[in-house]
Design a protein around this ligand. Structure first.
Ligand code: ZN
Length: 417
């Protein structure tokens, strides 16, 4: 797995690509769309040799049109092989004649994680499931439940719970025996308990900073125990920073983890999105403070970007605004129009039946189109702003989309409008 984490924007783009590829079908439903998964470490010359073999057999395909389409797809890949580089994550390549464009399409994708299957398939659709598995909920949540009797460590990814380990402390419980030695025994027990918390703090550091890539951690336990643990100097500050919430829980072990998950349900049902929600809550907080550091709407955000005032731009994945440039080929006049990606074919049909407002000729055509997020990305790079693409799969994401136009920003400093 690559250690370089893709930004939310890159993942968003990949998600879009995959969605588009997934929707494509081969023309005439023939099995002529080529999917090629190349794992890292594979020699591209070997792949080329394999494709040339396939090209040889493609001529034997009974249906002549299918055979021709497969050959064209293979040739388009072969002609690009010398320009490709097989990097640490490998490559996914798609080629073929699709029903929507009726033209030969070629797509090469560098995946966010290493490709683990070597595959060559001809089908009536592109195979994207392996890529999809890479963008599924990846963020893992670390869980610790602890009391003086023991500690349990676990992670959740998606909906699956993985218990990593349970450690019993073997620290005797508090007892009520009286007598002269009672105080001394109690002190001894306290020392043992402290040692146990120290060991568990070191264990937590190792598990959640080295062994498991968790994006956040929740901690549960009886009031005193978890505080003793959380305040322990052995606990790494980087681990402390990952602690998202702390809950009162009466047990450890699997039972304790289950109890914690019930208590944390409202907070964690989309734990992979904790960061997004945190940003959105910050946005709401600034907005309610009226600090001038929270803005929303396409116009204000664009202006703030131009003033280099944006720290983080929150862009809803539900926004598919595209700015389209329409040109009249007779008089050369250009018009700008905003639409959404799915509506582009509709707009194309519309302008075909529309005459130029300037010269009245029937010669309008779309000459370029740019996604709003791409425009913003360019401005963001120039001004040092970060773009976070916010999912619509949780309540805050929906509020961003429905109440705040899907485009909002946290500013470095308030600007005068
Ligand atoms: Zn014109």
């Amino acid at each position: 797995m690559s250690d370089k984490k893709r930004s939310s924007l890159e993942l968003y783009r990949l998600k879009q690509n995959i969605r588009e590829l997934e929707a494509k079908k081969s023309f005439t439903q023939s099995t002529s769309l080529v999917t090629l998964y190349i794992p890292p470490g594979t020699q591209l010359s070997d792949i080329s040799a394999k494709l040339r073999d396939e090209l040889g057999t493609a001529t034997n395909i009974k249906d002549k049109n299918t055979g021709k389409a497969v050959s064209e797809a293979l040739r388009s890949i072969l002609s690009r092989m010398q320009y490709l580089k097989n990097g640490e994550n490998g490559l996914a390549i798609y080629a073929g004649i699709t029903d929507d464009t009726q033209k030969l399409e070629y797509h090469a994708i560098v995946p966010p994680e290493a490709i683990t299957i070597k595959d060559y398939v001809c089908d009536s659709y592109f195979h994207v499931d392996h890529l999809k598995s890479m963008i599924a909920d990846k963020d893992e949540l670390g869980i610790i439940v602890i009391d003086r009797g023991g500690a349990t460590f676990a992670t959740i990814r998606g909906k699956s719970l993985n218990i990593i380990m349970h450690k019993d402390s073997f620290v005797p419980g508090k007892h009520n025996k009286g007598g002269q030695s009672a105080g001394r025994i109690e002190r001894g027990i306290e020392i043992l308990a402290k040692e146990f918390y120290s060991k568990m703090a070191l264990m937590a550091n190792k598990l959640f900073l080295e062994d498991y890539q968790v994006s956040a951690i929740v901690v549960g336990g009886p009031a005193m125990s978890k505080d003793n643990f959380l305040q322990h100097p052995s606990l790494d500050y980087r681990l402390r920073e990952k602690i998202y919430k702390v809950y009162d829980v009466g047990y450890t072990g699997v039972q304790g983890i289950r109890e914690l998950l019930v208590r944390a349900e409202d907070d964690l049902h989309d734990y992979g999105l904790i960061k997004e929600r945190g940003l959105f809550q910050k946005f709401l907080e600034e907005l309610s403070k009226d600090s001038g550091k929270a803005i929303y709407g396409e116009g204000p955000v664009r202006k703030a970007l131009e003033h280099s005032a944006i720290d983080v731009l929150l862009f809803s994945e539900g926004i598919e605004i595209v700015h389209v440039k329409i040109e009249c080929s007779s008089c050369g006049k250009q018009f700008l129009e905003a639409t959404t990606k799915p509506d582009i074919p509709l707009l194309e049909t519309k302008i075909k039946g529309t005459s130029c407002p300037n010269c009245k000729a029937n010669s309008l055509a779309i000459v370029s189109q740019q996604l709003l997020i791409e425009e913003f990305e360019k401005l963001a790079i120039e001004t040092g702003a970060t773009i976070e693409v916010i999912s619509t799969g949780h309540e805050d994401g929906l509020t961003l989309l429905n109440t705040f136009t899907g485009i909002a920003a946290l500013l470095r400093f308030p600007i005068n409008w």
